[in-house]
Design a protein. Sequence first.
Length: 190
Amino acid sequence: MYRRTRRAVVTSLLVSSVVCGGAVALAPAAGAAAPAASCTVTPGPNDTYVTITGEGFTAPRKLNDGESTVDLAIGPDGTFRVQRFQKNVDYTVLAVNEDQNFIFVNCKRVGSAATPKPQNPQNTPSLQPGSRRDIAQGSAAGIKAGAAAAKKSCATKPVADKSGQQHSDAYWNAWTQAANRAFNRVCKGG
């Protein structure tokens, strides 16, 4: 008789825990439902980097690129923004604590940032860093500026006026070198 009573008690405890556990699992959470978290990967304008943005996250979080994991700075509004140079990888936002919503969120790749395409590429200087055309154009402009500065005065070296002009670093480096050579050649008589 003792065995039957014990078996009945154990069985009723198991049944009640399953029923109560199911009711707890099906019961809505207290308060408002958490907004869905999302993450996007957007290539930069020159396709040299990507910008990873996310919203709907609670801190602390980590960003995984398949090889490494780094801490994310989640703002008080649940957003983050990070730039990375690994372009062709899949990014995932990971939860640090087990009780956080959205344990992992795979980031979606979206189209590239809007970059204006030149209508007539022959008349528009190339903005690709280090392109031969960019360097040639910077060099030609630098030679003219250096010679003009030398004809005015050999006491003042030419300085590039970068205001209002959009050129790559390669253009400006070529401009500076060519301007200095032309200036020195005219001023030193060689």
